[in-house]
Design a protein around this ligand. Structure first.
Ligand code: ATP
Ligand code: MG
Length: 260
């Protein structure tokens, strides 16, 4: 469904120096496959998700969606259907909320894409995500977790085929996190989810792609295999050594970066 062939991304920094964030990323994601996107801060996960949502274009290589190259000419004729089929929930939900009320926020995409029974759908997804009591509030005044729920409701109500999520559980309380993980587990949708929360890894996906820092993809394989492989986890900096003292004796052990 999704194919990246030698994708690279460079940008010009504040001093006009060209910086290469990554190059030669090649991977495919099959229909209904669920994949985790992992890697340290700044390695390019959010940038890659924006590339896959065609919000930015790669500096090199090709991005294909169902075998067709997603470039300017493709988007000229397919932008609307592409954005309905492939949705991205950005890392900071505030950047995606712009409507006067939560109701309008969820209804926006439904109206834009010409869905029927908009009111019914808004109420259905609002109640699913537990935001039905705040439909008249301004999304900008909500808590971080509430914003995340509104954003997810506004994306999932479109019944997308590809779900790109950037740290979807970052602002959620443990109960809502558990609910969302179960919800995503049952959802039949191709997904790529960036997260630092490895404890959710096995439930969110079957496969993991780990981006290194300027090294391209350093792991692409089963989530179970990755989580059981201390060496790759250490190399990917997904595990760190923690030192502490008990009764005057210093111990050290490994910790995964999964805080919630
Ligand atoms: N157009 C740009 N201009 C300046 N810097 C950029 C641009 N695009 C990407 N970067 C830089 O590339 C790096 C990668 O950012 P990105 O947000 O993709 O990382 P990330 O893996 O999602 O990190 P995190 O885990 O912190 O969310 C950052 O240092 C970012 O500032
Ligand atoms: Mg990010």
């Amino acid at each position: 469904m999704i194919e990246c062939k030698n994708i690279g991304y460079s940008y010009t920094d504040y001093a006009l120096n060209k910086k290469e964030l990554f190059k030669d990323l090649s991977f495919s994601i099959a229909k209904d496959e669920k994949v985790l996107l992992l890697g340290v801060n700044g390695c390019g996960k959010s940038t890659l998700l924006k590339l896959l949502n065609a919000l930015i274009t790669p500096s090199s290589g090709q991005y294909l969606f169902e075998g067709e190259q997603v470039d300017k000419s493709y988007l000229k004729s397919h932008a609307k259907t592409f954005r309905k089929r492939v949705v991205l929930g950005m890392q900071d939900p505030s950047t995606m909320l712009f409507n006067p009320t939560v109701y309008d926020e969820i209804a926006f995409g439904l109206r834009h894409f010409g869905f029927e029974s908009v009111d019914e759908r808004v109420h259905h997804y609002a109640s699913l995500f537990g935001v039905e009591k705040i439909l008249k509030e301004s999304p900008l005044k909500l808590s971080g977790g509430q914003k995340q729920k509104v954003l997810l409701a506004s994306l999932l109500c479109l019944e997308p085929e590809v779900l790109l999520l950037d740290e979807p559980t970052a602002h959620l309380d443990p109960l809502t996190t558990g609910w969302l993980v179960e919800f995503l587990e049952e959802l039949k949708v191709t997904s790529l989810i960036a997260t630092h929360n490895l404890s959710l890894g096995r439930e969110l996906a079957t496969r993991a792609i780990v981006l290194g820092e300027g090294e391209g993809i350093i792991y692409d394989g089963g989530v179970d295999t990755l989580l059981d492989d201390t060496e790759t986890l250490l190399k990917a900096k997904l595990l760190h050594r923690h030192k502490h003292t008990h009764n005057g004796v210093e111990h050290s052990h490994y910790h995964m970066h999964s805080w919630n």
